[in-house]
Design a protein around this ligand. Structure first.
Ligand SMILES: Nc1ncnc2c1ncn2[C@@H]1O[C@H](COP(=O)(O)OP(=O)(O)OP(=O)(O)O)[C@@H](O)[C@H]1O
Ligand SMILES: [Mg+2]
Length: 241
């Protein structure tokens, strides 16, 4: 079995408070992943988002200079690496042989333009690679979305599932009820609560998810990662037919 899991910044950080890790959620996610990993001897790649680290840093920079210059890129990278070390620690603490691959060391300008060799190599050797949404400087500062990286890696390894874990039950309709499945080209009415997200929030996440070829693509609550990995009908299923 192979799985790609995106730990959303909404799940592992407090988006309302700069540079704040939600350790309880992060540790609980790590335990669920470990359980599945052990039970299935699964190949697992983990990607995480920016939350109150990257998104906060980018917002601050955009407000003050409106351009991501080399120094700003460095600040975003430092902020994301700090969060990545927290994720690495949480995974290692439960016994997962995690290995960190900073995105800016493998990607040039976007998630299609990366050298995933070291990640694939780790997967083939029984490690659990982690990478994350990040900033790169390629003539100008660019943000590489963790959602895009997740889709790319899922396609590269033909993963059985691609799970986007967040702090909500899945995609919610305008009344706040869970939408159980979303088909390509089906218009859906979602609420879009104003949570800052420099890479586009939930609607963009849905559109990106359609680019994965996986058979089990879901946007789920962080509390249901284990269930989603086991193919249970939790959260919102993205049907990419
Ligand atoms: N209709 C909706 N359904 C579900 N979530 C929604 C909806 N509208 C807005 N949201 C917000 O979108 C968030 C999930 O997407 P978002 O991109 O902000 O988080 P994330 O991907 O977990 O974080 P990051 O981008 O830092 O990884 C939820 O925390 C929720 O508050
Ligand atoms: Mg996001």
């Amino acid at each position: 079995m192979s799985a790609v899991i995106k730990l959303g910044g909404s799940l592992i950080t407090d988006k309302s408070s700069p540079r704040t890790v939600k350790w309880d959620s992060l540790n609980d996610s790590a335990l669920q992943i470990y359980k599945y990993y052990k039970e299935n001897n699964a190949k697992i790649a983990i990607i995480h988002g920016g939350g109150s680290f990257g998104h906060y840093e980018v917002e601050k920079i955009r407000k003050s200079k409106n351009v991501i210059d080399p120094f700003s890129t460095s600040l975003i990278q430092e902020s994301m690496l700090t969060l990545a070390l927290a994720v690495l620690k949480a995974l290692i603490d439960v016994g997962i042989p995690a290995s960190l691959h900073p995105t800016h060391t493998i990607c040039k300008s976007n998630a299609n333009d990366c050298n995933y060799f070291s990640i694939i190599n780790d997967l083939n050797n029984g490690l659990v690679p982690i990478t994350y949404g990040d900033a790169v400087f390629d003539g100008e500062g660019k943000i590489i979305s963790g959602d895009d990286l997740s889709v790319q890696i899922s396609n590269l390894i033909n993963s059985d599932c691609l799970i986007f874990a967040t702090d909500v039950d899945g995609v919610l309709d305008e009344k706040g009820n869970l939408i159980r499945e979303i088909k390509r080209n089906h218009y859906i009415n979602v609420i879009n609560r104003d949570v800052f997200d420099v890479t586009g929030g939930i609607v963009n996440k849905i559109n990106k998810a359609f680019n994965s070829k996986s058979n089990n693509i879901r946007i789920v609550s962080g509390k249901k990662i284990y269930n989603a990995l086991n193919g249970e009908d939790v959260g919102t299923k993205i049907i990419n037919l």
